[in-house]
Each structure stands twice: as C-alpha cells, then as structure tokens.
Design a protein around this ligand. Structure first.
Ligand code: TTP
Ligand code: MG
Length: 373
C-alpha cells in the first residue's frame, strides 16, 4: 500500500460513555436522547431502536430500556481525550465527527509491518485510556478505510489492502454503502436498475456525469472502482461551540425562551474562555411547534474573545427573534473560531495553562510522535 489510512469510529459513543460511568447498566438496553434517540447501545438496537427514532416509539418497542438524557459536555470532554491520544500517533488526522476520524498512518509502516496487529494495539490503547471500544478500518485510501470500519462493528477491525480486495468486499453490496449515496441519489440510481456497487460500472463515466453532474458523476464512478484520492485533511478546529435546548412542551412565554438563550449564551462564553477561543460569528436558532426554523447569524469584523463584543452580537440577534408562535427549541452558537493564547501570562498562570492543553494546541506542538502506540 502506498498510503495507509485508518478510519476509527467509537461504538455507540454517548451510550457507551454512560454505561462506563454507570456499570450497573452493562448488558441492558441503554438509550440516550430526550424526544428522539440520539444514540442507543447495541442491546437496544436488537429491539429495532435506532438514532432519530422518537422516544415514544422506542418506549413502546423496548419498555425495559434505560432512557437517559444527553450530557453533551461530558461527551465533548471524552472526544477531546480520544482526539488528543490520536494526535500522539500522527498529526495527519482529520476528525470528521466527535467520535470518528481518519488518520494517515503511512509513516508507521516500518514500525508495524503487520497492520492487523497495529489495529488491535490501537483499539486496546483507546480502551485502556477511556474504557470505551471502537471499530477500526484500515485501507489504501479514505473510502476503503471508512467502509472497512463498518465490517466488524462494534469492537472490531477489518483491512482492505488494495483495489482487488475492495472489489471482493464492496462490489456485491448495495449502492447505499458508498459515501454520498443518500436517499435522493439512491432513487435515481435504482430507477436505472443500479442497485449494487458493481452495477454502477455498467454505465460509462459520461453517462453518470449526465445523471449527476460532472463532479458527483465522476466521484460515483471512481468510488465504484475503489478510487479515492482525497487526502487526510488536518483540520482540528472545532467548527463551532454552541448548545440547543429542546422543550418537552411548546413554549409561548417569550421571556422563558429569552432566559433559555441567555443561559446558553453564558455557558457558551465559558467554554470559549476555557479553550482560549476567539470567535467571529454568532448564530441564534429557534424551532417553532410547526417545525419551522428561524436562524440568524451575524459576524464581527475580526475574531474576538471580548465578552462585551460577543454579548452585543448576541443581543443584536436576540432582538431579531420573532416569537409569534409556540417554540420547541432554542439554540445559540459561536463559530468561525480560532485559538489565541496571547493572554497576559503571569508566572502563576503558566503551570495552570499548561494543564489545559487542547487538541488545537497539541496540533501545533506535536512535531514528534510519542512512542505510546
Ligand atoms: P455515530 O458514530 O453515528 O453513532 P454511535 O457512535 O452512537 O454508534 P455506532 O456504533 O454505530 O458508531 O454517532 C456518534 C455520536 O454522535 C452518537 O453516540 C450520538 C451522536 N449523534 C448525534 O448527536 N446525532 C445524530 O444524528 C447521530 C447519528 C449521532
Ligand atoms: Mg460511532
């Protein structure tokens, strides 16, 4: 393999954290989410439960399940621990979700000639540090790595070494296995009798481009052949810091909604400070009872961590809110973030800051790979 790419994905991430912290839940169906399921463990999935299902339906299918609220702050902290561990292995990492990412491990070829062994070492190491299991796929590009990590999920690993192995594993699978093939694309493909990945190759590149446009048509054609030249992008920046509250009943009291937003704003600001972030853009979001969503964003000219700047931005957005019907959800976020650490350092504050190494700081600092893996 020229490139060796690993894709990792934590198993039933939020639910696994809850079970780790409440060991008496082990072996029971555990569901995380309030109105809809955010995630559930594999025991709960046996009852047909899955993310995005309403909790009302879930309770009907699995009344004996343990239903827990979402504790996002806790999960974010856990994600940071995992990401920091992975950054010790390679800084060529791309975190595509809280619990999932690609790592270019080509440089480890000599140290770990047996890739299967490496995958076990990696998974054991994550488990040792966090008490959580993950699934790993290793491939010759991002596509093969991502598909490989699904094969033996949960708590498993799989390797796709080259295009021939890709063909063996992927050709007979349903087209929905390919990234970018959502419901709409599937509909168009199935009308053309393209159901399996190999069926895509009954059509020419030009034909697929005619159906899906130049870029997507080419992508589908290449994916079907196992070709994927996308690099692992080093993008460790959190895209935003924010929070949303979903009410258990529709709220008509405007002041109550304002209070929720004020609370969220205060918390967001605290997290910003903790991480030495400077933000440029603020976004406010309301979802009404009729599922209509109202969002407004506003940006500063330059990044800032000045509380008053950010508060003014927030107040401007709050003024634009129209609360003329019941509200189901209220949210606020700061995005367009950068990290700046030129805060006045006193001698006393230095050791304290050192402890607060974040992913972003590590990204800048790691120029050698620790020998922990
Ligand atoms: P996933 O990796 O999609 O799911 P998972 O880790 O729970 O389960 P799996 O074993 O299949 O990987 O998502 C990671 C976490 O992100 C998940 O624990 C909950 C959260 N999440 C959401 O907040 N919203 C969503 O729509 C989904 C799918 C997940
Ligand atoms: Mg996962």
């Amino acid at each position: 393999m020229n490139r060796i790419i690993m894709h990792y994905d934590m198993d039933a991430f939020y639910a696994s954290i809850e079970i780790r912290d409440k060991p008496h839940l082990k072996g029971k169906p555990v569901i995380v989410g309030r109105r809809v399921i955010t995630t559930c463990n594999y025991e709960a999935r046996k009852f047909g439960l899955h993310s995005a299902m309403s909790v009302v339906t879930a309770r009907r299918l699995c009344p004996q399940g343990i239903y827990l609220p979402v504790d996002k702050d806790k999960y974010i902290k856990e994600a940071e621990i995992i990401q920091n561990l992975i950054l010790k292995l390679s800084d060529k990492t791309e975190f595509i979700a809280f619990d999932e990412g690609f790592v270019d491990i080509s440089h480890l070829k000599e140290k770990y000639p047996d890739i299967n062994h490496f995958a076990s070492v990696f998974r054991n190491r994550i488990f040792k540090h966090t008490g959580l299991s993950c699934s790993v796929g290793i491939g010759y590009n991002k596509l093969s790595a991502k598909l490989a990590s699904e094969v033996n999920k949960p708590n498993g690993q799989f390797i796709i070494k080259n295009e021939n192995e890709f063909k063996d594993y992927v050709f007979n699978k349903d087209i929905k296995i390919l990234p970018g093939v959502g419901k709409k694309t599937q509909e168009i493909l199935r009308q053309k009798n393209i159901n399996k990945v190999s069926d895509l190759l009954n059509y020419s590149l030009l034909h697929l481009q005619g159906l899906f446009g130049h870029i997507k048509g080419q992508l589908l054609y290449e994916y079907a052949l196992g070709i994927d030249t996308r690099p692992v992008k080093k993008d460790h920046k959190y895209k935003s810091i924010g929070n949303e509250t979903t009410y258990s009943r529709p709220i008509t009291d405007q002041d109550f909604v304002y209070q929720t937003l004020d609370d969220i704003f205060t918390k967001v600001l605290k997290r910003m400070e903790k991480k030495f972030y400077h933000a440029k853009t603020a976004t406010i979001k309301i979802r009404y009872g009729d599922r209509q969503t109202f969002t407004r964003s506003k940006s500063l000219k330059i990044h800032s961590n000045n509380k008053q700047d950010l508060r003014n931005l927030y107040l401007d957005l709050k003024e634009q809110l129209i609360i003329d019907k019941p509200v189901m959800l209220a949210g606020f976020s700061l995005s367009n973030l950068i990290i700046k650490k030129e805060e006045q350092l006193t001698f006393e504050s230095v050791p304290k800051l050192r402890k607060k190494k974040t992913i972003l700081e590590l990204q800048d600092k790691i120029n050698h790979y620790e020998d922990i893996f």
